[in-house]
Design a protein around this ligand. Structure first.
Ligand SMILES: [Zn+2]
Length: 487
């Protein structure tokens, strides 16, 4: 036995009483994780299957090396080793909701030619860099970059790529600007609220640099169109926030032999890498399977520091520019982790998986699949639910259920239900006897994802008659009490 540290990433800290790391005595990585789960039982289902093996959507590193490259859970530990848990996170721009027709207006490349005087002036700070120069600036002008999502990550990336003179920017974005986007989506202004993001983004990018052609793909990127769209670009920058799109973009890039500049964010933490299956691993090598939807709240559920996507999206734009210019060392085979609270940058080595479903020799995936089905639908029957209408009726009865609000304190300031008790899931075990005395318990959160998971936890802890409010307090605000704000 040696003393080792298990680092708890931001998305799982709520399951571990808020701690950032756990000190354990163990001989192997598997024992260390078991010990951490014994200390914080709520972690277990996020990390381990019922049979005690690590989930495929969780990567574990011993110091800077993926344990899949060592002896997995049996990898032995040395005194002072650091074990990092790196869960798949999806955060980026808002997830697809609407599905209008795709309209691709990809055109031919602009003609290669000398740079006009105005361009020499505009890009002068590039031209004096020997690594860019006139040849590099022409290469940027001829380059085509597809931005998947023009949200938190896509906004800074698009602005810097346009400013840098990337000739063609494709925007795969079909959402409209919402007031809550403006905290981080710097492409948009208050006047743009309610308008199509793609139109507002094009206006802003063309105002910044009229040399740039902005091609709008207003439809949702899907298995039916992704390969055709990806094929017409040199580099793809993934700023999506949901797993179906992540896997779709990855697979389309592998099949079309395009680099996928990956970035994702969650609360205070970001990940960046370049997946290029010709030269290194792909996203599936890192995460063969997505986490079940109920285990991973989206940015809309969990929140995100507004400046974080600014940094992560800018790192992605930097990688895209490096790829176009062919300078420096791209982040291929490396995962850059940024923790804004530290602040720390860490780099982990990624390796190609010999069993990857899409990029290994003889891989089974040779065409795009149904990514919604692959990633599952949200919280299928994880816990019993109650609709807002049913709850309204029960609350006015003689024996109303006990309401439990599992949202973060900051969310309770925005809206609350009278009589609700605020208990975070990490504190459930301390309140079990209390909650057990209630006739019935209804758990709620913002939109019903976290509360379904919380209700499941209470049921697993032995409570009966626990239900989750379907659609959360936002559904209640929309259907029962319109005086409450929706957020
Ligand atoms: Zn792969």
């Amino acid at each position: 036995m040696v003393r080792a540290t298990v680092r708890i990433p931001t998305p799982l800290r709520g399951m571990a009483g808020g701690v950032t790391e756990v000190s354990v005595d163990a001989a192997t990585v598997g024992e260390a994780i078991e010990t951490a789960c014994a200390a914080h039982p709520a972690l277990r289902r996020h990390l381990l299957s019922a049979s005690g093996t690590l989930h495929a959507f969780v990567s574990v590193y011993l110091n800077d090396d993926d344990i899949r490259n060592r002896e997995r859970e049996a990898t032995s530990l040395r005194e002072g080793d650091v074990i990092s848990i790196v869960p798949a996170i999806a955060g980026g721009s808002p997830s697809p909701r609407k599905n209008p027709r795709t309209r691709s207006r990809a055109r031919r490349r602009p003609a290669v030619g000398p740079l006009p005087n105005e361009a020499l002036h505009r890009y002068s700070r590039h031209l004096i860099l020997p690594e860019v120069g006139v040849a590099g600036q022409r290469r940027l002008r001829e380059a085509r970059v597809l931005l998947v999502g023009a949200g938190g990550l896509g906004s800074p990336a698009a602005l810097y790529l346009a400013a840098a003179g990337v000739g063609t920017l494709g925007l795969a974005e079909f959402d409209t600007v919402d007031l809550s986007n403006l905290q981080r989506q710097v492409l948009y202004t208050t006047d743009d609220v309610g308008q199509a993001k793609s139109d507002a983004a094009r206006r802003r990018l063309r105002a910044l640099n009229p040399d740039v052609r902005v091609v709008l793909h207003r439809g949702r990127l899907a298995a039916g169109n992704a390969r055709r769209i990806v094929r017409s670009y040199d580099v793809v920058l993934d700023g999506s926030d949901n797993f179906p799109t992540r896997y779709l973009v990855n697979d389309a890039c592998v099949l079309e032999r395009r680099p996928d500049v990956y970035g994702s964010i969650f609360r205070f933490e970001g990940q960046v890498s370049v997946f290029d299956a010709r030269r290194g691993p792909c996203y599936r090598c890192l995460y063969p399977e997505p986490p079940p939807p109920e285990l991973v709240p989206s940015c809309a559920e969990a929140g995100v520091l507004g400046v974080l996507p600014g940094l992560v999206g800018t790192l992605q734009a930097t990688e895209a520019v490096k790829l176009i210019l062919g300078v420096g060392r791209p982040l291929i085979g490396r995962l850059l982790l940024y923790d804004a609270l530290g602040p720390t940058f860490r780099e982990l080595a990624l390796r190609k998986s010999p069993r990857c479903a899409v990029c290994s020799a003889g891989a089974p995936i040779t065409q795009l699949i149904d990514y919604e089905a692959f990633c599952g639908s949200p919280a299928p029957g994880i816990a019993p639910e109650i609709t807002p209408e049913e709850l309204a009726k029960e609350l006015s009865s003689a024996d109303p259920p006990l309401l439990v609000d599992v949202r973060a304190p900051g969310e309770r300031v925005i809206s609350h239900l009278p009589g609700a008790r605020a208990i975070l899931p990490a504190d459930f075990s301390r309140h079990l006897s209390d909650l057990g005395r209630a006739n019935a318990v209804v758990v709620f959160c913002r939109s019903g994802t976290r509360s379904a998971q919380a209700a499941r936890t209470l049921i697993d802890l032995g409570l009966s008659n626990v239900r989750s409010l379907r659609g959360g307090i936002n559904a209640w605000a929309e259907r029962i009490d319109p005086t409450l704000p929706v957020y």
